[in-house]
Design a protein around this ligand. Structure first.
Ligand code: SF4
Length: 333
């Protein structure tokens, strides 16, 4: 099984309940950013630029739990900033598990080796470590010597302590997919369970850099992804991969993965912040969701981000014949 049976079962039951209630906006994953601060300063990261005047601000624990309750998504992705430097991270993760949420703790891994001793493993918790390539590539991308080795030490400690660990890799224009294939092999041997690949593209907060891809570049880069998908457990759904390969179009459903941080509920999405709202309901009611997506807003032109399109796949919004079977095979594979 690619994901824990409990996660698949509760996600499926949740989606069916929402569909039967004919709810239009179904939040699946809350992107919770308890802080903006990070212990890295990557030039491809939008957060530390967008919020440079607010970098010391963070959410209180009560705000975090309140946001989780307001939104109701069954999965919470704790991101940032670097969550492992959030002073209440242990209480936050324990509290989310007590709330019966499935939690993805996203980290650059620099502090993972020491923090794995303090976290408690749970079948509802997955540690998601960001690694962009082998050591010589990753250290350049994150602009810190030794970052890869630190992340690997963290992974080894976490796996040894019984945590489920996944790895998230951003694929840039210069990324050699053969190296990514090898990296996955190396990390699988260390006990990493699943891998998530995300294409890098420019958006407002990061500007236009050489490493970013347009849609044609993404299609070219992912054209042979099926070979990698046969060898490793990818967390990307087959429907999303078809989108990356250019074999189908998907509608943006950014409301499926809403983002909450110290400024409020970010509208419309993880990449664009036109406004911040005080409540989840205000975000949903006051965002003109139909005005976003390729061909509608120029800022969306090259966007193929997970959190905009994986909810589309999970909710079968652009369903085609055979999709259900494909998704079931993928989960069981
Ligand atoms: S297409 Fe991308 S950038 Fe545009 S609203 Fe959707 S997720 Fe955001």
């Amino acid at each position: 099984m690619r994901f824990p049976i409990g996660l698949s079962a509760s996600l499926t039951a949740y989606i069916l309940r929402k569909k039967m209630a004919r709810e239009k906006f179904v939040p699946l994953v809350l992107m919770l950013e308890p802080l903006f601060a990070c212990n890295l300063n990557c030039s491809t990261c939008g957060r530390i630029r967008e919020y440079k005047d607010h970098v010391s601000e963070m959410m209180s624990l009560d705000d975090c739990f309140g946001a989780v309750q307001e939104c109701g998504a069954p999965v919470v992705s704790v991101c940032g900033g670097e969550p492992l430097i959030y002073p209440h991270i242990i209480e936050l993760i324990n509290g989310l598990i007590e709330m019966q949420k499935y939690v993805y703790l996203c980290t650059n891994g620099l502090r993972l080796a020491e923090m794995a001793d303090k976290l408690t493993s749970s079948r509802k918790l997955q540690l998601n470590v960001h690694i962009d390539g082998p050591a010589e590539v990753h250290d350049i991308v994150v602009e810190k010597a030794g970052a890869y080795d630190a992340a690997v030490r963290g992974i080894e400690n976490a796996v040894g302590r019984g945590f489920k660990v996944s790895v998230n890799t951003t694929v840039c224009k210069q990324t050699d997919m053969n190296q990514i294939d090898e990296l996955m092999g190396t990390l699988s041997r260390l006990g990493v369970g699943t891998f998530m690949l995300s294409p890098a593209y420019s958006y407002e907060a990061v500007g236009d850099k050489e490493c970013f891809m347009n849609r044609d570049d993404v299609h070219e880069k992912f054209k042979d992804i099926d070979t990698i998908a046969q060898r490793h457990q990818l967390a990307d759904t087959p429907i999303y991969l078809e989108f990356l390969k250019g074999e189908r179009e998907l509608t943006c459903t950014a409301w499926g993965n809403p983002t909450r941080n110290a400024m409020g509920w970010r509208s419309p999405c993880y990449l664009i912040a036109d406004k911040h709202f005080d409540t989840y309901n205000e975000l949903i009611d006051n965002t003109n969701w139909d005005s976003f997506g390729a061909g509608k807003d120029p800022r969306c032109k090259n966007c193929m981000v997970h959190c905009g399109f994986e909810p589309t796949a999970a909710l079968m919004i652009n369903r085609q014949p055979g999709d259900i079977t494909k998704m079931m095979r993928w989960q069981l594979g």
